[in-house]
Write a protein that binds this ligand. Structure first.
Ligand SMILES: *[C@@H]1O[C@H](CO)[C@@H](O)[C@H](O)[C@H]1NC(C)=O
Ligand SMILES: *[C@@H]1O[C@H](CO)[C@@H](O)[C@H](O)[C@H]1NC(C)=O
Ligand SMILES: *[C@@H]1O[C@H](CO)[C@@H](O)[C@H](O)[C@H]1NC(C)=O
Ligand SMILES: *[C@@H]1O[C@H](CO)[C@@H](O)[C@H](O)[C@H]1NC(C)=O
Ligand SMILES: *[C@@H]1O[C@H](CO)[C@@H](O)[C@H](O)[C@H]1NC(C)=O
Ligand SMILES: *[C@@H]1O[C@H](CO)[C@@H](O)[C@H](O)[C@H]1NC(C)=O
Length: 540
């Protein structure tokens, strides 16, 4: 009956915790730490999947984990310390590839209070003043990943037996005597992010301490890595706690324990840790990515995308802003072609304060060409039709090639979607109507000037009608189309533009282009296209 209830009790315990198996009074085994009741302090935590992380990716920090109840190492007070055996599976994960500071240790101590212990090379075990003091009563097996000359460390990858001090009583580079290779020594790297197992065995009769290590899947080698004789009866107090300590130095590192077993007073090794049940060692990416980078990288990426996007939009908008229409046939008029960008800049973006006037065909702006500093007048003619454009351009360019002192010189043109821009010499004294209608405080013209201007206009018209290769009909001679240059010479403007609206329209149903009152009366009456003769009549 007693046996049955004990059996049920053990079964219940097994069900409560699958990882913690209480195998008897003087031993325990943890294959993973999920649900365990270890006493943790400092940076130590147990992850949800059961990894005991003694440090937490923070620099100069310490962490401890203890089996909650203390142990009596002597059968009765005054007797010698009994044999004991420890096994644990650990893993060290460097946050920065190839380097860890400072290390971890298995320890037996009369106290769980390590608040006075220092971090870094003190491994959270001792401090500068308590080091080497025999009243510490501490036994430890250190797994040291940095070489500290003050403790006579042999290298930065060693395992040592420590009594009351960080100076090891005996130490050896990490590795194992491989039974599969006739006991040949194999190096191990503590900070390789690989799980490894360590066995610590003490024989109470011989006072022999053996420390053995091996990669996780390798069985306990028959030859220990360290073997020392030290009577722990002179060191350990009763009762004492068993547990782990670790600390980081200037470089944060993850020191983890995955499994742990212990037995006391039994003439055998610690219970086997169930390797299959062990949790996975935390993975730390190869990149030494700092928190700052984690925050700044997405922001930087967003800014980069924003900049690229804005640049593209600005580029496209710029392309649209200065977009022109240019066809193959225009190549021959190349020298007479202006870029829209130049005209845009010359006129300050066609600002209203550069507006010279509103002609019959469109707005006229004053401008200064960027490179030559030449003063120009730009007429924006809205025109959607592509029909006849070639002939029109050919004509105005051919007129532009000719120079006549009574015509406003056409310098060139530019084409955009829906509009045509004509570039003329700038006439500093503006147009005749400004004088005749007494606008802008202009001085009244005397009769000599008036007569001169009339002669100039006649001369210009004569040139267009009789001297030009092609007869050009003006159709809109009025004061606002007579411009005055710096010497008050009259010059005809807007000539040839009427043709723009002729082309492409049915000659039989000509609409009237021009200004009523300045047209030949019969044109207004009949709607027929006037001839050069009629034009002359209009003027006379
Ligand atoms: C690490 O542990 C220390 C001490 O417990 C704590 O102050 C700190 O916030 C922890 N850091 C992180 C990142 O968890
Ligand atoms: C060792 O530690 C004890 C207790 O803290 C203290 O009383 C003693 O003076 C220390 N001995 C030395 C040599 O520092
Ligand atoms: C083992 O480590 C020692 C000391 O670091 C080194 O001299 C030796 O070459 C290593 N052996 C192998 C096989 O890596
Ligand atoms: C230590 O190792 C030696 C060599 O394998 C062995 O003879 C001895 O029994 C071991 N001692 C303990 C306490 O395990
Ligand atoms: C170890 O120390 C204890 C207490 O000082 C002593 O009783 C025992 O005989 C010692 N054992 C050996 C093997 O010297
Ligand atoms: C431990 O085992 C050895 C040999 O197997 C035996 O001689 C010794 O008496 C045992 N000691 C205990 C305390 O069981």
């Amino acid at each position: 009956m007693v046996h049955l209830s004990f059996l049920l009790f053990s079964l219940a315990l097994n069900l409560v915790s699958s990882t913690t198996v209480v195998t008897g009074q003087d031993q325990f085994v943890f294959s993973g730490f999920s649900g365990s009741n270890l006493n943790l302090d400092g940076a130590a935590t147990i992850t949800p999947d059961g990894v005991l992380e003694l440090t937490n990716r923070t620099v100069t920090i310490k962490g401890h984990a203890f089996y909650p109840t203390p142990w009596r190492f002597r059968r009765s007070p005054g007797e010698a310390v009994q044999s004991f055996s420890v096994a644990f599976v650990f893993g060290m994960v460097p946050i920065y590839p190839g380097i860890c500071t400072d290390g971890m240790a298995f320890l037996i101590s009369p106290t769980k209070d390590f608040s006075g212990a220092q971090t870094s090379q003190y491994l959270g075990l001792l401090n500068k003043t308590s080091d080497r003091n025999s009243s510490n009563h501490i036994f430890a097996v250190e797994l040291d990943t940095s070489q500290n000359t003050e403790f006579n460390d042999i290298d930065d990858n060693h395992i040592g037996i420590n009594i009351n001090s960080l100076t090891s009583f005996q130490s050896q580079s990490a590795g194992f005597y491989d039974d599969n290779k006739n006991g040949m020594f194999s190096n191990l790297s503590l900070i390789s992010s690989r799980e490894m197992q360590v066995w610590v065995d003490y024989n109470g009769e011989t006072t022999q301490i053996n420390v053995t290590m091996a990669p996780l899947k390798v069985a306990k080698p028959s030859r220990p890595l360290l073997s020392a004789t030290y009577n722990l009866s002179t060191v350990l107090e009763d009762p004492s706690y068993i547990g782990f300590s670790a600390s980081t130095g200037p470089i944060d590192s993850l020191y983890c324990v995955l499994g742990w077993s212990f037995s006391l007073g039994i003439n055998s090794s610690a219970p086997q840790i169930n390797i299959a049940k062990l949790p996975k060692l935390p993975h730390v990416g190869p990149k030494p990515r700092s928190k700052v980078l984690k925050i700044t990288l997405p922001i930087a990426t967003a800014i980069f995308i924003l900049i690229v996007g804005t640049t593209i939009i600005l580029f496209v908008r710029r392309r649209m802003k200065y977009a022109e229409i240019k066809e193959d046939w225009e190549d021959e008029f190349g020298p007479h072609r202006f870029s829209y960008k130049d005209l845009f800049h010359a006129t300050d973006g066609f600002k209203n304060n550069n507006l010279l006037g509103l002609g019959g065909f469109g707005k006229v702006y004053k401008g200064v060409l960027p490179v030559s500093k030449l003063e120009i007048a730009v007429k924006r003619v809205s025109h959607d039709s592509k029909q006849g454009m070639k002939e029109f351009i050919a004509e105005i360019v051919s007129i532009g090639r000719l120079r006549q002192r009574n015509l406003v010189q056409l310098l060139g043109y530019c084409r955009r979607k829906g509009e045509l821009l004509l570039v003329y010499d700038y006439m500093s004294n503006r147009s005749l109507d400004k004088y005749l209608h007494c606008e802008e405080d202009n001085p009244t013209l005397d009769w000599t000037q008036r007569f001169q201007i009339i002669k100039d206009v006649a001369s210009g018209l004569f040139y267009l009608h009789e001297r030009c290769e092609k007869v050009v009909i003006h159709r809109d001679i009025k004061a606002s189309n007579v411009l005055l240059d710096g010497e008050m010479n009259g010059r005809l403007g807007d000539f040839g533009l009427a043709r723009l609206y002729d082309h492409g329209s049915d000659p039989q149903t000509t609409h009237v282009v021009g200004t009523m009152g300045y047209l030949a009366p019969e044109l207004a009456r009949t709607g027929y296209k006037e001839t050069a003769t009629q034009m002359r009549y209009t003027w006379h």
